[in-house]
Design a protein around this ligand. Structure first.
Ligand code: BDP
Length: 727
């Protein structure tokens, strides 16, 4: 406790406050558990804090709607933490130099901005230094309340990252309409591919108990512009559509609404049979159509802003229209018709591959969907995974992007790290997202990036979106590890702007989540930017893919040939033998290359021209194939495995040196996880090398050490209880 009651303006007090702020700035010694995410609101940069106080001491903000109150609450919370004292909140223009926020309708002082905010659309905002009623002011103006809330979070981010406010002139509008998290959460709270504890949705206690955590979830999402949440697993349970569960969904929708987040549900295609008493789910049967229509009406009665349905159909055993001889468009359009009167959308997944088809799995979605281009209703968006196989550490972009010009295509990324080391491996996914989004599809000659397809600009689609399979659970730190919060964060920022730089986003995140000290920020951002490539190197270098343990996908299992279907086995994907390795998708093989636009197809078809990171994705090559480094393929593989392990060692050393800048609690957990990662990277490298050597009989190149154990040892390892397995 301070011994004296400080008076405002008292010099000693100002000095003391400054000193405290400085201490907090330099190294926050308080234990932190990660719950606050990137919204920690610790004291702002002491060099700027006076200026911030000067500009933000008085806030003029409307107070009439839940979203307006959310913006006020966030400002109060944020500014109190950042500036050391609560702002004075006014309903009318008071003295001083105010921050004025609102819409032209909610705030009379913002009427002059009407024209300008109209142009910025539903969710855009202006954040600008200007003059209001003749006096200098900072302005957050938007067309709707939600834009004001987004602008508020933007301003808080500037303060959190120590940016100057003078001369501010920001105009922001999201480039995508649907910015959605997909939760693969079951009704029993099991999370498929979840590594952060059980589901945050406490279905059993809903609707009676609205956990305050739901509000914090909504705040975090709104702070990065996410505006939708699919609450349940794509492998869905029809029960979520029964009145008992819809009441629970309604409660969540009520909590999220002020933050601009709509709820969506994964709809089980066979629901009319399972909960509707019908004997068919045929999308062309009038009874089925009537059932879905009535179901949609029932949902919208309770949740007027319900977003719509996400559907996984005829994929991995899920029911779908093909069960009745119909196609994906028939199924999607039936649901779309039911939702259309209410403004809802259908997100129909293109993640399909058939059991019976002997064809290359990578080709199948394209073959099934391209003929349906133009057949979907206008409130259908086809949701396509970033790559044609399945969220691997690296995949070439999905050939559907650019190949269905008449259909809006939505990106599906995985935020949870099913194939990238679960929660313990530090792998920042921003560069993965960016690499995919920046890929040129050559759809209309050069310069048609995946981002241009997804944001609708290439073909002029109004509907656009990005979905991220969430990594959120009930763990105190939400994501299972501190650094996995960055992937949630980066996803949101890139869904807002798919052209954004993953490095810049990482920097914002590091500053907000840990520290603004450049001695911390620079090495940590570098480490994050290199981290995903390290995973590629120690797990699946040079275009190898899907070599993970069967079912749970934990650890290496390249020898596995025993899964129930061939295309779930690593041997199907690597095709290694004494002579060579890799999947021949060239024109001499499965010809998957032909699904890309001609200039790309040509490049991918030629082992000498294909980007080396996709070499074994598209080609089966001899072990002595000369790679670009001059090393034979086998030596290059070993080199990359070791490079990956070395990078993790470097990350560990970097982090070890950074303890002065991080609270001990978070520092210790990250350090422990990096140690796990190093062990597992070594395991991946050793097990893979031992297995390849058992096939090719080649010695290790000079300077590379042999695996620590025999292949038998690696093959004997079993993990029946690894988390997240599908069930
Ligand atoms: C794979 C997952 C599986 C999902 C499936 C999907 O292993 O759990 O159900 O994709 O996206 O990544 O439908």
């Amino acid at each position: 406790m301070l011994p004296l009651t400080p008076r405002r303006g008292d010099r000693a007090w100002v000095l003391l406050a400054g000193l405290l702020a400085l201490l907090a700035w330099v190294g926050d010694a308080r234990a932190e558990d990660g719950y606050a995410l990137w919204l920690r609101y610790v004291p702002a940069d002491p060099a700027r804090v006076e200026d911030y106080r000067h500009r933000l001491g008085d806030v003029v903000a409307p107070n009439a709607t839940p979203t307006q109150r959310a913006a006020r609450d966030e400002l109060r919370r944020g500014l109190t933490g950042l500036l050391g004292s609560a702002p004075r909140l006014h309903a009318t223009l008071a003295g001083g130099r105010p921050l004025v926020l609102g819409t032209p309708d909610s705030s009379p002082w913002l009427a002059p901005f009407r024209r300008e905010v109209e142009v910025l659309g539903e969710d855009g905002f202006i954040l600008r230094e200007g003059r209001i009623d003749g006096r200098a002011a900072l302005v957050i103006a938007a067309r709707r309340d939600i834009g004001v809330l987004y602008g508020t979070f933007h301003l808080l981010r500037l303060l959190q990252t120590g940016q100057p406010l003078a001369g501010l002139d920001i105009r922001e509008a999201p480039k995508l309409r649907l910015r959605v998290l997909d939760h693969w959460d079951n009704l029993d709270r099991y999370v498929e591919r979840g590594y952060a504890g059980e589901s945050i949705w406490d279905w059993h206690k809903l609707p009676g108990w609205r956990d305050p955590r739901y509000t914090d979830y909504a705040r975090a999402n709104a702070s990065i512009g996410i505006n939708g949440a699919v609450l349940n697993n794509v492998n869905s349970n029809a029960r979520v559509l029964t009145p008992m569960y819809l009441e629970k969904v309604e409660a969540l929708a009520d909590v999220f609404r002020p933050y601009g987040i709509r709820v969506y549900l994964s709809a089980r295609f066979s629901a009319p049979k399972e909960i509707g008493g019908l004997d068919t789910a045929d999308p062309l049967d009038p009874r089925v159509r009537a059932w879905w229509k009535a179901k949609a009406d029932e949902i919208y009665k309770a949740i007027p802003d319900f977003g719509g349905f996400l559907v996984k159909a005829n994929s991995e055993g899920q029911p779908g229209p093909q069960d009745y001889g119909r196609n994906h468009a028939d199924g999607a359009n039936m649901l779309a018709e039911a939702l259309a009167p209410h403004g809802g959308v259908v997100m129909w997944r293109a993640f399909v591959y058939s059991h019976e088809q002997p064809d290359d799995r990578a080709r199948q979605a394209y073959d099934e969907f391209v003929p349906l281009d133009g057949a979907f209703r206008d409130n259908v968006v086809v949701q396509v995974k970033n790559g044609a196989i399945d969220f691997q550490p690296r995949e070439p972009f999905h050939p559907l992007f650019g190949a269905m010009p008449k259909t809006p295509l939505m990106m599906e990324f995985q935020i949870t790290k099913e194939y990238l080391g679960f929660a313990t491996h530090l792998a920042y996914l921003g560069p993965l997202y960016e690499e995919t989004l920046r890929s040129d599809t050559f759809a209309r000659g050069a310069g048609a990036s995946v981002a241009n397809v997804v944001d609708g600009s290439l073909e002029g689609h109004a509907l656009s979106g990005m979905a991220g399979v969430a990594n959120i659970g009930s763990d105190r730190n939400w994501s299972g590890s501190h650094f996995d919060q960055a992937n949630w964060y980066a996803f949101g920022r890139m869904a807002w702007n798919p052209h954004a730089s993953s490095r810049a986003i990482a920097e914002d995140w590091v500053r907000m989540t840990f520290s603004n000290d450049p001695r911390f920020v620079v090495p940590v951002v570098d480490m994050m930017m290199a981290s995903r490539e390290a995973v590629v190197d120690y797990m699946t270098p040079l275009g190898l893919h899907h070599l993970m343990g069967r079912g749970h996908h934990y650890g290496p299992m390249p020898w596995d040939a025993g899964a129930p279907r061939a295309d779930w086995t690593p041997v199907y994907y690597h095709r290694a033998d004494k002579a060579g390795i890799g999947f021949d998708r060239s024109s001499r093989g499965s010809n998957a290359v032909a699904q890309y636009a001609p200039p790309l197809a040509k490049r991918f078809d030629d082992p000498a021209q294909v980007p080396e990171e996709f070499l074994l994705w598209f080609h089966h090559l001899r072990w002595d194939y000369p790679t670009k480094s001059g090393r034979p393929l086998w030596d290059e593989l070993v080199h990359r495995y070791d490079r990956g392990v070395d990078e993790v060692k470097k990350m560990r050393a970097t982090w070890g040196d950074l303890s002065p800048y991080v609270d001990a609690e978070r520092h210790a957990q990250v350090a422990a996880f990096l140690a796990i990662q190093q062990d597992e990277a070594q395991w991946w490298r050793d097990a893979s090398i031992a297995y390849w050597q058992s096939l090719n009989g080649l010695p290790l190149p000079v300077g590379h050490s042999p695996p620590a154990h025999s292949l038998d040892y690696y093959e004997s390892l079993e993990f029946p209880y690894a988390p997240g397995d599908g069930k």
